[in-house]
Ligand binder design. Structure first.
Ligand SMILES: [Zn+2]
Length: 247
């Protein structure tokens, strides 16, 4: 665990199999836990020791390594996307698909709140918002703290190979989301990713735009192989690598 400031904590799992990084973002009245890890290690007691206010879980996206430990927390907020809302019943019960969870994790959560894209969420003397940033997956979200200038990017961007070859990936959407981040937030923000060492340099987003252009115009030569049973084309530029579906 590392303190970013007196109310923002990096909860890394360096011993975990995916080297996940979760974040606790607290206000005076409520806190958000951004991702609950793999479920390999309990998070509840650590989170409970860090804050006295009620905690709401927000998942950066629905991959198994971000939605573990769901049984430990009972408040969940999802971004208000129509197709997600339709997957929940009237009581907010939301079932993950087989591809979204590991067999060992509970497959259902109750969604207590639906937050719109960009909607201001008051945590008490601290306001955040969720952005839908499709690309890695359609439902991917980031947390934006515009006062402290923090951006929590989930698996959209981190220090490591970016994945855009799994079901739900969308390169044009990935590019549009990257443009939004560059144009609306820029280099003044501190960026945090959900794996590996948490702080990410802003210029990685700019390199990603160059990498998309290079994929589109065919000037980058991919390496082809299979990963987890999926065909992959690996593209690299200036130290940034992305695995895509064969283009
Ligand atoms: Zn992940």
């Amino acid at each position: 665990m590392e303190k970013v400031d007196c109310a923002t904590y990096i909860i890394a799992e360096p011993q975990g199999s995916q080297y996940n990084v979760n974040f606790l973002i607290a206000g005076n009245e409520r806190a958000v836990l951004f991702d609950t890890g793999l479920g390999e290690a309990s998070l509840y007691h650590l989170v409970d020791s860090l804050t006295n206010v009620p905690v709401t879980v927000v998942f950066s996206h629905f991959h198994f390594d971000h939605v573990g430990n769901t049984q430990e927390f009972d408040q969940h907020a999802f971004i208000d996307l129509e197709y997600l809302h339709e997957r929940a019943d009237a009581g907010g019960n939301f079932e993950f698909t087989f591809q979204e969870v590991l067999a060992s994790s509970p497959s259902e959560v109750v969604v207590n709140e639906w937050w719109g894209d960009g909607q201001a969420i008051d945590l008490g003397e601290r306001t955040i918002s969720l952005w839908n940033i499709p690309g890695h997956t359609p439902e991917s979200v980031a947390i934006v703290d515009s006062d402290r200038k923090y951006f929590f990017a989930g698996d959209f961007m981190y220090n490591g190979t970016l994945y855009a070859f799994l079901p739900g990936n969308d390169l044009p959407a990935y590019e549009a989301s990257t443009e939004r981040i560059i144009q609306e937030l820029g280099s003044e923000y501190t960026y945090f990713g959900a794996h590996s060492s948490p702080r990410v340099e802003f210029n990685k987003f700019e390199t990603l735009i160059d990498l998309f252009a290079c994929i589109e115009d065919g000037s980058c030569t991919p390496t082809a192989f299979n990963a987890f049973g999926y065909p992959v084309s690996s593209y690299s530029l200036n130290g940034l690598t992305i695995w895509t579906e064969p283009q």
